[in-house]
Design a protein around this ligand. Structure first.
Ligand SMILES: NC(=O)c1ccc[n+]([C@@H]2O[C@H](COP(=O)([O-])OP(=O)(O)OC[C@H]3O[C@@H](n4cnc5c(N)ncnc54)[C@H](O)[C@@H]3O)[C@@H](O)[C@H]2O)c1
Length: 376
């Protein structure tokens, strides 16, 4: 059922995080005005610089507000040289506190190349891939694998001699993210650009790793029993990296365990124009958090220079999620408007940041997207 107003928590974080979140907020405000939506924003400081100032990575009321919210938008956390006593980066407990604390088990990362966007390779902007060939989504398991707390180190006489990270893979963890991948392929409906087939690819290392063997087994069980209309496809992660670059058009939806997904999605971002264009959603059954996949980009912080589109598209994904969750057509229409405006600005190519070959400030790109929203 739709709600009269949706509670949105903004967590700007460190470095360029607050700058890109401010642009995303402008765009969300313009979208709500145009479509008669009501978003109630709450903003909380968090991250490494907040930790340095207060001794806390975020305030207790911030997590409570996230838990009660309809959507969360995070900028980025982390700053060089500010670490926690346990060795993790300061800000770690914001990101992982949300992923684990709200059980956001599926990290969904669309890789879509908008017409007009070129990719920087060897310092040159190039058009290697055609926009019609790059339209896939990678889902990454978000709550287990190598990122669980099942790790440790052996230190003798002040020297760390052994470090162990355990790759924890469970049937439950596999099943729920794999199910989300098949559901997404069905919902997208358009299949892979190459042949229009609805296809889910298991990215794993089942030739070596036990955890990957369980992942594949569950992948087959779920696919066979519940999604016979969706093709099942398999790739070892090393081979996947070269296939992704050589023929992205073959892929529709791909699914991976935590660490493998983390790595391949950064590679995939190159196909869509780089970190400034790549957004992700961390989805659970009851909560969701959205973020650009980039970090706090310290060397660019405070310069109004980085690309805000990744964060704006994260906001767009949040509206899409709210629209689907509550059956709210206005939220879905607002999400479509934002995406169309981003696509139009990229296609025109006049107001773009440095990473896409432009000379515009970040805030000018934000303004241009807001302007375009009135016309698309
Ligand atoms: N989810 C998160 O909050 C997150 C993710 C990654 C890194 N981090 C943290 O961020 C800090 C910096 O990490 P890093 O330098 O490895 O990664 P980063 O993503 O901040 O920067 C890497 C490079 O990506 C490019 N880039 C990043 N954001 C961009 C944007 N909006 N537009 C255009 N180009 C952009 C820049 O060229 C930058 O040099 C570290 O403390 C790290 O731990 C946080």
């Amino acid at each position: 059922m739709t709600k009269a107003a949706y509670d949105v928590v903004l967590l700007p974080g460190d470095g360029t995080g607050p700058e890109v979140v401010a642009q995303a907020r402008r765009v969300l405000e313009a979208a709500q005005e145009r479509h008669g939506l009501a978003l109630r924003f709450q903003e909380f400081p968090c991250g490494a610089l907040h930790y340095k100032k207060t001794g806390r990575e975020w305030e207790p009321e911030a997590f409570a507000a996230c838990k009660a919210s309809d959507g969360i938008l995070l900028g980025a956390v982390g700053w060089p040289g500010i670490d926690l006593p346990d060795g993790n980066i300061a800000g770690y407990n914001v990101l992982f506190g949300l992923r684990f604390g709200l059980d956001l088990y599926a990290n969904v990362r669309p890789t879509k190349l908008y017409p007009g966007v070129r990719h920087a390779i060897s310092g040159q902007l190039q058009s290697v891939w055609k926009p019609q060939n790059v339209d896939l989504v990678i889902l990454r398991e978000n709550t287990e694998g190598l990122y669980t707390n099942a790790h440790g180190a052996l230190t003798r006489g002040g020297v760390t001699e052994v470090a162990i990270d355990n790759n924890v893979i469970t049937r439950k963890g596999c099943e729920r993210v794999i199910r989300k991948a098949f559901e997404l392929s069905r919902r997208r409906g358009r299949g892979a650009p190459k042949d229009g087939k609805k296809r889910v690819t298991s990215i794993d290392k089942a030739n070596v790793l036990r955890g990957s063997q369980l992942f594949r087994q569950v992948f087959d069980e779920v696919g066979q029993s519940s999604y016979p209309d969706v093709e099942r496809d398999y790739a070892f992660v090393d081979a996947y990296c070269q296939w992704l670059v050589r023929q992205p058009e073959y892929y529709d939806v791909c699914v991976a365990t935590n660490m493998l997904g983390d790595i391949v999605t950064d590679l995939a971002s190159v196909l869509q124009g780089g970190m400034g264009m790549a957004a992700g959603g961390n989805l659970g059954d009851a909560h969701a958090m959205f973020e650009p996949i980039h970090g706090s980009s310290p060397k660019h912080a405070g310069k109004d220079s980085v690309n805000p589109i990744a964060c704006i598209l994260a906001g767009q994904m949040m509206l899409q999620w709210i629209g689907e969750r509550y059956g709210d057509d206005k939220a879905l229409a607002a999400a479509r408007t934002i995406e169309s405006a981003v696509a139009a600005v990229c296609a025109e190519g006049k107001v773009l940041t440095y990473d896409l070959g432009g000379t515009a400030r970040m805030s000018e790109v934000g303004s241009e997207i807001v302007r375009k929203m009135a016309t698309v």
